[in-house]
Design a protein around this ligand. Structure first.
Ligand code: RB5
Length: 145
């Protein structure tokens, strides 16, 4: 059991990939909760970004994954919330560095950008990478000042 609590959410554009990531995390015994959307019906990504970010800031989850068509809209929304550091990532190196240097607590992905295999690899790398602390701590604190 991986006892880190993860929330995942998407709009219709990220619905299918969200399901694949959810199943992948369940298979790896992560504690993961799907905050919606729950169908392919067209919906508004800011609703789901807000729901997930508020749940993280309330302490219900440590990390979140947001999926839309590109990951861009979700990242723009998520980064409006003080304390959320969302990284829109399309490669494993950036996934790792967004944890090590930026202590990202939200990962945003684009279903229309990434294939399933790469998306799952990015999720795995992001979840196992740790914040490097030291000089990066000061920089992280400067974001919220
Ligand atoms: C929905 O068509 C699409 O605009 C949305 O999923 C996302 O890509 C926005 O950034």
């Amino acid at each position: 059991m991986n006892d880190i609590k993860i929330a995942i959410a998407s709009d219709h554009g990220g619905f299918t990939l969200k399901g694949e990531i959810y199943n992948h995390l369940k298979e790896k015994n992560y504690i993961v909760k799907d905050l919606g959307t729950y169908s392919l019906e067209s919906c508004d990504y800011p609703i789901y970004a807000k729901k997930l970010c508020k749940a993280i800031l309330d302490g219900e989850f440590e990390k979140g994954i947001l999926v839309c068509g590109t990951g861009v809209g979700m990242a723009i929304c998520a980064n409006r919330f003080k304390g959320i550091r969302a990284a829109n990532v399309s490669d494993t190196y950036s996934a790792k560095m967004s944890r090590e240097h930026n202590n990202s607590n939200v990962l945003t992905l684009g279903e229309r950008v990434l294939g399933k295999g790469l998306a799952l690899e990015i999720v795995d790398v992001w979840l196992r990478s740790e914040f490097a602390q030291d000089r990066h701590l000061k920089r992280i604190s400067m974001i919220d000042e």
